[in-house]
Design a protein around this ligand. Structure first.
Ligand SMILES: [Fe+2]
Length: 295
């Protein structure tokens, strides 16, 4: 069956038919998926009954995998999944929902803020692929904001103010926003900020987009309060409902998004219920800006 993609979002997001991720992807299919990502930035695949190995094989057929060691507060002995996955579930290593006050859970609540995956790494992520194995009885949507449409809608003066700016991103900044405290010295060292340009240009389409995330806490050369107020205004602008697609999950859905062109956030759900969603991530091509002067 040939691949077809139907637009489902307000101005982006496509629903893909004709892919079975249990089968090896052909080069033509991989090319169609990349072209779909260039156009829509978010693709939804329904009814994919796949295991970890099949998700890894599908991901690898689209590019190089980004490992996710040491990006959260789980100790390696507490990993539920191999480091080829980002465990964005609310489950501990025994597959039980974490206690409400578990600091690993509280840290992960930063994902409820708008962000782009791995913007806190010097080489940030390209695509994320999230597969739903089990979902809660309600809530838990993932929302996506189109940062190309957000850029296009800015006035010329604001566009000119954004061009050339470099931000510093760290998970410490996003966790500050939700009042998470108590990071150890080792964790603070691990989460030290990296630099990212504020305006990115897509390498294929040439479209510009705002590269924002709640991880962005400073703008190089700006006073911090002014930088944060400016970034907050941009995030408010970029996440207006006309730029947002909200995905309501069903078991077997796989949603793939381009972190270079979108932000996303998770929505709340009952904390005592399991939400087993597993993310594989494609590595980006390189840093967006030189790092040597990073704080
Ligand atoms: Fe995320």
């Amino acid at each position: 069956m040939p691949i077809t993609i139907r637009e489902i979002g307000p101005c982006f997001a496509g629903e893909v038919a004709g892919i079975d991720m249990r089968q090896r992807l052909t080069p033509d299919e991989a090319a169609a998926i990349h072209a779909g990502m260039d156009r829509y930035a978010v693709l939804v695949f329904h009814g994919q009954d796949i295991d970890d190995e099949q998700q890894l094989a599908f991901t690898r057929s689209l590019g190089e995998i980004e490992l996710t060691l040491n990006t959260g507060l789980r100790a390696e002995s507490e990993y539920r999944l191999p480091p080829t996955f980002a465990d964005v579930s609310n489950l501990d290593q025994h597959n039980r929902p974490m206690a409400r006050d578990d600091r690993r859970r509280l840290f992960s609540l930063g994902n409820r803020l708008w962000h782009s995956d791995s913007s806190f790494k010097a080489v940030p992520a390209k695509y994320s692929l999230l597969h739903a194995r089990s979902i809660p009885s309600k809530g838990g949507n993932t929302e996506f904001a189109d940062m190309r449409a957000a850029w296009d809608a800015l006035d010329d003066e604001t566009k000119a103010a954004c061009e050339g700016l470099v931000c510093e991103h760290s998970q410490m900044y996003s966790r500050e926003l939700i009042g998470f405290s108590g990071l150890t010295d080792e964790e603070r060292e691990r989460f030290r900020p990296v630099r990212q340009v504020l305006v990115r240009t897509h390498p294929v389409t040439g479209r510009k987009s705002l590269y924002l995330a709640s991880h962005a806490g400073t703008i190089v050369g700006w006073p911090i309060p002014e930088a944060r107020a400016f970034l907050r205004d941009l995030i408010e602008h970029a996440t207006q409902r006309q730029f947002v697609y909200s995905h309501q999950w069903a078991v077997g859905d796989l949603v793939m998004w381009d972190n270079r062109q979108t932000m996303h956030r998770g929505r709340p759900f009952p904390p005592e219920e399991a939400r087993d969603v597993r993310r594989t991530t494609l590595a980006g091509d390189g840093p967006t800006v030189a790092q040597e002067q990073a704080a």
